[in-house]
Design a protein around this ligand. Structure first.
Ligand SMILES: NC(=O)c1ccc[n+]([C@@H]2O[C@H](COP(=O)([O-])OP(=O)(O)OC[C@H]3O[C@@H](n4cnc5c(N)ncnc54)[C@H](O)[C@@H]3O)[C@@H](O)[C@H]2O)c1
Length: 125
């Protein structure tokens, strides 16, 4: 079975942990790339995890041809826009909680996911 290609957006505390788990503990997943607005942090995490690709934005990471899914672990206010962008690109999505910080943003994100028909999960403890 082909591995699921996953990219992690936001590699602070939580995102780095997700990236490590995907890289080392989930045999069905292939950590394709990491991205962070702080591009140097993304580069460092990519080096530590011994992967080739790091980016400074989701937009750039979405160019990866082998990317099937996006894991979003940015600060809360960036979750909904990232969900919308990933859904429009047809990617499976795991988003750290909360989905959004306003009801309108949450509804917009869910509408994008529904329209795209992509698998979507919000991460709670
Ligand atoms: N499920 C849980 O148990 C759990 C626990 C802790 C945190 N969280 C959630 O995880 C998210 C991240 O928390 P954290 O503690 O890792 O935060 P953090 O501040 O340690 O990391 C956030 C990272 O996102 C980057 N970033 C900021 N804006 C960005 C953008 N627009 N695009 C790309 N990268 C961007 C930052 O440079 C930073 O590296 C939060 O939404 C938080 O609610 C969930």
């Amino acid at each position: 079975m082909r591995k699921l290609g996953v990219g992690v957006l936001g590699v602070g505390e939580m995102g780095k942990r997700h990236a490590e788990n995907l890289r080392r503990l989930v045999p069905e997943a292939h950590l394709v790339a990491v991205a962070d607005v702080f591009a140097e942090r993304a580069r460092q995490v990519a080096n530590e995890l011994e992967i080739d690709r790091s980016f400074g934005s989701l937009e750039a990471m979405l160019e990866c041809k082998d990317l099937d899914a996006v894991l979003i672990a940015t600060p809360d206010k960036f979750h909904a826009p990232a969900v919308i962008m990933a859904a429009r690109a047809g990617k499976d999505i795991f988003c750290e909680k909360p989905l959004a910080i306003t009801l309108a943003d949450a509804e917009a994100a869910l509408a994008a996911v529904t329209k795209a028909g992509v698998p979507f999960q919000v991460g709670f403890i």
